[in-house]
Design a protein around this ligand. Structure first.
Ligand code: WAQ
Ligand code: MG
Length: 277
């Protein structure tokens, strides 16, 4: 089967050493310039003037494009930070992350995981049993690239998310990223919340639990956030995982289910409610 040639279009905006925003797309030739323009506008519209905006366009000629189904999305309606964090830990626990590793991830994401105390451009890689950090570059983290929704899947997920009141582009983008990451060799779960002070939502995701979204993972106004990818040490091959996350193009061509719940027991029935507070 021959499919049209795709291009990876990436944007990265920074101010000095500070990462401001980034985005990833996979598009056909005729959409390159419109996409680049949209991403430049995004970079300039963040309220912080970047002193550098980098747009990178790579042809994916010869690359094999994997198609994946998106994770199912469950949106918890709780409006309370403590309840959201508690529920996210239950999801991570269900996916096999140890209490020590999740505590370590929360502490680092709250503090700013880079050695200088800022947020990373990419994600932390963390041993799911011990919480040990495994990424080689702790100032940058691991940046996932080369993933997007297909046109049809984009229209379908936009419709489904809108049906449950989720209209922000961040939700669609995070769901596609998390769907790629969850299939990473050795990855068992992900934890994320935004570093933007006016966006407090986050999620915990894994293949068995799907993408579980929490509207309040931090107090409004806080500028720390980021991502932790939890890996099973025995199944962790850094070269295989980094090449998958950074190089292998993944198109999300099918959507999963999208629903809203008010209590996590609707998703994880029978699990103890009060552990790892
Ligand atoms: N690869 C790895 N890490 C990344 C990537 C990437 N492609 N993009 C962002 N990050 C890391 C980086 O440390 C950012 O500072 C951090 O994640 C947050 O990125 O409504 O908006 O783009 O369901 O601010 C989650 C909830 C929102 C979405 C996440 O991320 C929802 C968000 P942001
Ligand atoms: Mg951000």
């Amino acid at each position: 089967m021959t499919s049209p040639l795709l291009y990876s279009v990436r944007m990265r905006a920074s101010s000095g050493n500070r990462h401001i925003s980034g985005a990833e797309r996979l598009v056909s030739a005729e959409r390159i310039s419109g996409t680049a323009q949209e991403l430049v506008e995004r970079a300039l519209g963040k309220g912080i003037d970047p002193d550098k905006v980098l747009i990178t366009i790579d042809s994916l000629q010869g690359a094999c494009i994997t198609s994946l189904q998106a994770l199912d999305l469950t949106s918890l309606t709780s409006r309370d930070v403590a309840a959201c964090r508690h529920a996210s830990k239950q999801v991570l626990q269900a996916a096999g992350v140890s209490p020590a590793a999740m505590e370590s991830a929360f502490t680092l994401l709250d503090a700013g995981p880079s050695p200088s105390g800022g947020t990373l451009r990419g994600a932390m890689l963390m041993d799911a049993a011990t919480g040990e950090r495994l990424e080689a570059d702790r100032e940058r983290g691991v940046r996932v690239s080369r993933f997007d929704w297909s046109g049809e899947a984009f229209a379908a997920i936009d419709r489904e998310l809108t049906r449950i009141g989720l209209t922000h582009f961040r939700t669609r983008e995070a769901l596609s990223l998390a769907s790629k990451v969850a299939h990473g060799p050795g990855v068992i779960a992900e934890l994320c919340w935004s570093d933007d002070p006016d966006y407090s939502a986050g999620y915990a995701a894994s293949l068995p639990t799907g993408y579980v979204r929490f509207p309040f993972m931090k107090e409004k106004g806080r500028t720390t956030g980021g991502r932790a990818f939890f890996v099973k040490r025995e199944a962790f091959d850094p070269n295989a995982l980094l090449s998958y996350l950074q190089e292998e193009p993944v198109m999300i061509t099918r959507i999963g289910s999208c629903c809203q719940i008010s209590d996590l027991s609707e998703l994880l029935p029978g699990r103890p409610i009060n552990r790892h507070v």
